[in-house]
Every structure is written in C-alpha cells, then in structure tokens.
Design a protein around this ligand. Structure first.
Ligand code: NDP
Length: 322
C-alpha cells in the first residue's frame, strides 16, 4: 500500500511517499481501508519533531473508511462497517490498523469524507465550547484563527449556544467566512491591534473567554482582553510555542484562569469518545454544523497540503484521498 512516511523530522520535504505492506490487525485491532485522511496542524508538529514519535512513522491522526480485517478480540466493529477515528498516528495511508475501541461508527447521514473532516477538529471545537469553558448564552468569546479548521467549527458552535463571537483572521476572504459561520465581529489581526479592538468592542469590559490556537503571537495580548476572572484556553501554537511566563501576571490582570487542554483527555474513555463524536455527527446531520471541505489533495500531494496549511493559505478542512 501507499503511505506517507517521515524518516527524519524536518520541513514538508521530510514526507515521503513509500510502499509498505498492508497492516495485519493485532488481536484488539481492526484494519481500515481509508476513504479519506484528515490533515491537521498537529501533523506539522509531528513532522517537524516538535511532537515526538519513533522514526520512521506514517503521519496522520485522523481517518475514515471501511473495516477490511478484524482481530480476534476486537468486538466493537465487524467487517464492512464504516468507521472513523482520531488521535493515533498512521492515517496518511491506504490502510491503517487501529485499536477497535478507538473506532466510532459513521451514521448513514454522514459521508466518509465528512467523518474524516469532523473527528479531530469537530470534537475539539465541541470539548472547548462545551467542557473546557462551557460557553453560555449572552457571554462573549474571542476566537483566534476563526476561518481555520477548528476555528470555523468553534465559531458555529459558540454562535449556536447564543454567545457573542469576536473573531480574528488574517484576510478579508477569511473574514467573510468567519462572518458566515456566525461571528458577530471580525478583526483582521494582521492589520489592526486585536487588543485595542476587542476592548473597544466590549466597551472596556473584556471577554469571558479567549480560545487561542495561535499561541506565540497572540497569547499575551489575549490575557489583557479578558474580563476579571475570565478564562484563557490556549489549545495550540500555529505561530509558535508560547514562551514561559510569570504566573503573577494572572493575578495582576484580574485573577485569570489559564488552561492548555488537548483532545486526548476529552475523549479518554470509549464512552466519552462515542458520546462526543455522536454529538458532532448529530450537529452535522441536523444542519447545525457545516463542514468546509475545500482543500482535497491526492495522498501523494501531502507535501503541498502541508505547505498550504503552514502558509496560511487554507480555510476549513484539508483532506488527503488515497
Ligand atoms: P488551522 O486551519 O487553524 O490553520 C492554522 C491557522 O492559524 C492559519 O490558517 C492562520 O489563520 C493561523 N495562524 C496565525 N499565525 C500563523 C502562523 N505564524 N503560521 C501559520 N498559521 C498561523 O489549523 P487546525 O484547525 O488544524 O489547527 C488549529 C490549531 O489548533 C493548531 O494550533 C492546532 O495545533 C490546534 N489544535 C489543538 C487541539 C487540542 O486539542 N489542543 C486539537 C486540534 C487542533 P489566519 O491566516 O487567519 O491567521
């Protein structure tokens, strides 16, 4: 089978199209023939070596497809089931062996491409808005990179809850998308100072929560636009890692809360994984969550997909098709 392998950490060129044997399932695993593999920013961190995996490894953390082989102890799925998963390396390939307890069924109303597009970013938007800081109607959220993969989904969920959404993006085109997803206000943070703008838009009161996936370039200013006892949810570092900072700043800026969550801890049990993925699939089925799948690449063009993602050229979801 064809797969995208990293033999040595590095830039997009570190991803090689290779021929590997089709995996055989261990007793607790099922083998899935992929219909689509999701591309996520976390793939960049693994490729660069910011997040470590034993070399060589097949990249990719998200996929959907049909079960073609089942291990003797894998009771959760059967041959022919349509399934999706996230959080395990190896999805940039034609086939992947996945522990069956991490596979979730795809409902009939959701396509395999939609499932591949929704697992990682959809469940992330869901836990951020429903659990990490459960947004309430009438509250105000600042959402950075609002036209990105997670961003567009998080804006929709926050809007559906009834929160006021202030969004940041880098271009007019992205601003249009963020507004279309339900953002009430959009700031072009590459042109305007989002700190001053957010303070102006909230009449100096500040926002209840900042959802920050950009990190290095936004984190510190984000703390200053929170209301007293507001919450900073730092969930990524697309612009780079946030440098160490003095916790005393949290008291000085208003007894603030900071958390750095990750999806794995919000889908740790099978029960929570199935409940959260079902909640996201239900939103899609009900038309309350629109997926934007505009950037679809053949598996062999994974390098181009990464260049586009890192170059801030993409909006919404990127998929690789084997
Ligand atoms: P995005 O589609 O959001 O792509 C990244 C976006 O970040 C860009 O489009 C760009 O939007 C913005 N950005 C700002 N500064 C930079 C920069 N210097 N270089 C590149 N991009 C920049 O990616 P994903 O939706 O896949 O992921 C978003 C973030 O969320 C990532 O940091 C990822 O690691 C994190 N994440 C965290 C999870 C968790 O559980 N903790 C789970 C899923 C994702 P613009 O041009 O508008 O500025």
């Amino acid at each position: 089978m064809k797969a995208i392998q990293v033999k040595q950490a590095g830039g997009p060129e570190a991803m090689e199209l290779v021929e590997l044997p089709v995996p055989q399932p261990k007793p607790n695993e099922a083998v899935v023939k992929l219909a689509a593999s999701g591309v996520n920013f976390i793939d960049v961190y693994f490729r660069e070596g910011r997040y470590k995996a034993p070399l060589p490894f097949v990249l990719g953390q998200e996929g959907a497809g049909v079960v073609t082989a089942v291990g003797a102890e894998a009771k959760q799925v059967k041959l022919g089931d349509l399934v999706a998963w996230t959080g395990l390396l190896g999805s940039y390939a034609e086939y992947a062996a996945v522990p069956a307890e991490r596979l979730v069924p795809i409902p009939h109303s959701v396509s395999e491409q939609q499932a591949a597009a929704a697992m990682l970013q959809g469940m992330t938007a869901h836990y951020l808005s429903h659990d990490t800081y459960p947004l309430k109607k009438g509250e105000t959220a600042l959402i950075h990179a609002a036209a990105g993969g997670v961003g567009l989904l998080l804006v929709q969920m926050a809007h559906n809850i009834g929160a006021r959404v202030i969004a940041t993006v880098s271009t007019e085109e992205k601003a249009k998308l963020a507004r279309g997803a339900g953002a009430d206000e959009v700031i072009l943070y590459t042109q305007a100072d989002f700190e001053a703008e957010t303070k102006r838009l909230t009449g100096g009161k500040g926002v209840d929560v900042v959802y920050d996936s950009v990190g290095k370039t936004t984190f510190e200013k984000g703390l200053t636009v929170l209301r007293p006892r507001g919450t900073m949810v730092l969930f990524g570092g697309s612009s780079g890692a946030v440098p160490p900072f003095d916790l005393v700043a949290l008291s000085q800026k208003g007894s603030l809360y900071v958390t750095r969550p990750t999806l794995a801890h919000y889908t740790a049990t099978r029960e929570e994984l199935v409940a959260r993925s079902s909640a996201v699939f239900s939103m899609i089925t009900a038309g309350k969550l629109k997926l934007r799948i505009e950037h679809v690449y053949p598996l062999a063009e994974a390098q181009r997909a990464h260049r586009d993602l890192e170059g801030r050229k993409t909006t919404g979801k990127l998929l690789l098709i084997p």
